[in-house]
Design a protein around this ligand. Structure first.
Ligand SMILES: Nc1ncnc2c1ncn2[C@@H]1O[C@H](COP(=O)(O)OP(=O)(O)O)[C@@H](O)[C@H]1O
Ligand SMILES: [Mg+2]
Length: 329
């Protein structure tokens, strides 16, 4: 991992955080290097670690308990929490901080471009689900249930609200088509609602983006960042995973079904309907409009790529899903 020095204007804050930690930790620290907002790499002769800020002490405690339980169940491909505070919790500014074991990254970064990484990520995720199934009874009152339909309805509503901006950037025919996919998808999911509430429940990771997988120096793929854990059917994480890798499979259904786990899921109408939802297009446009990224050419380029550049493949993908649903009958 390239640790970015992103100190612009934050020097004072980092210096104060440094003094706070020096007083509050049981070990000596040498340096704090910001990685991103609320996440720091901390150098220490005794042990390097990652410092991560959470918005409440409760969130920090849930993370701590969950990671401890996960390790006890035998899941090794993630970090542990270190207990380094003299008097927990570490509370600085408006955040509560946890100290995470540092996973030394490999030069070779995890990327969904690589088939090998697609498969390894999927395997880690499946192991994660197998073990978190055993943790349900302990966490079901502490962490929320995942509500796919509500989330997507909100996302659609926001996208519709943003249409007056979107019209300047994307031609009407494309917008109409994308809206049609969303509509077909949501209606189908409602009909197949029992599919998402199926008997099997696990703790879902909730954010299986490539940057939450980390290839370590000793070449093991780790799963990190459990901020969005929730309870639900493992198919929900798989769906997100499929959405993440599909652009790298040129939106090909046959390519997706080459993975054993997906070939099973693709027999279910609920999964086919859900795959049609243009979740990335909606999410990224909503974010760009919220953050007013119109003047950032790199971001706009990426948006045009997923919406217009991949449109032909995506439309064919959608038609393939429709045909498959008809086949199942
Ligand atoms: N334990 C760790 N070891 C090494 N790098 C880490 C660790 N935890 C986080 N990172 C790095 O910091 C980045 C942000 O951390 P993450 O927990 O994913 O925060 P966020 O909630 O902001 O996504 C990760 O993508 C990874 O590059
Ligand atoms: Mg993350």
């Amino acid at each position: 991992m390239a640790i970015k020095k992103n100190n612009g204007g934050d020097d004072l804050f980092v210096n104060r955080l440094f003094s706070y930690l020096q007083k509050q930790l049981t070990i000596q620290i040498d340096e704090i290097i910001p990685i991103r907002k609320h996440v720091y790499f901390v150098k220490s002769k005794e042990t390097n670690f990652i410092l991560k800020g959470y918005s409440s002490n409760n969130r920090l405690l849930v993370q701590n308990d969950f990671l401890t339980a996960l390790k006890q169940e035998g899941f090794e491909k993630t970090y542990s929490f270190y207990q380094l505070a003299k008097k927990p919790p570490l509370h600085f500014g408006n955040l509560f901080y946890g100290c995470l074991e540092y996973i030394h990254p490999s030069e070779k970064r995890f990327t969904y471009h690589s088939r090998e990484d697609q498969l390894e990520g999927l395997e880690v995720l499946s192991q994660f689900h197998e073990l978190t199934e055993n943790l349900i009874h302990r966490f079901e009152r502490i962490i929320p249930s995942f509500k796919q339909l509500e989330k997507w309805k909100e996302r659609s509503a926001m996208f519709m609200k943003n249409l007056h901006v979107l019209r300047y950037y994307v031609q009407k025919e494309i917008l109409n088509e994308v809206l049609y996919w969303a509509d077909w998808s949501i209606k189908g999911i409602q009909v197949e609602s029992n599919f998402f509430q199926a008997e099997k429940k696990v703790i879902l990771h909730g954010d299986v983006a490539h940057h939450n997988f980390l290839r370590s120096k000793n070449d093991i793929v780790y799963l990190i960042d459990f901020d969005l854990i929730s309870i639900g059917n493992p198919i929900t994480d798989l769906l997100q995973y499929a959405n993440r890798i599909l652009p790298f499979l040129n939106w090909s259904l046959p390519e997706l079904s080459k993975y054993e786990r997906f070939s099973q899921a693709l027999k279910e109408k609920g999964f086919l309907y859900a795959l049609a939802y243009p979740t990335d297009i909606f999410r990224e446009w909503n974010r760009a409009i919220r953050e007013r990224s119109y003047f950032q050419p790199e971001k706009m380029k990426q948006l045009f790529e997923i919406t217009i550049g991949q449109f032909k493949e995506r439309k064919e993908f959608f038609q393939a899903l429709q045909e498959k649903v008809l086949e199942i009958g």
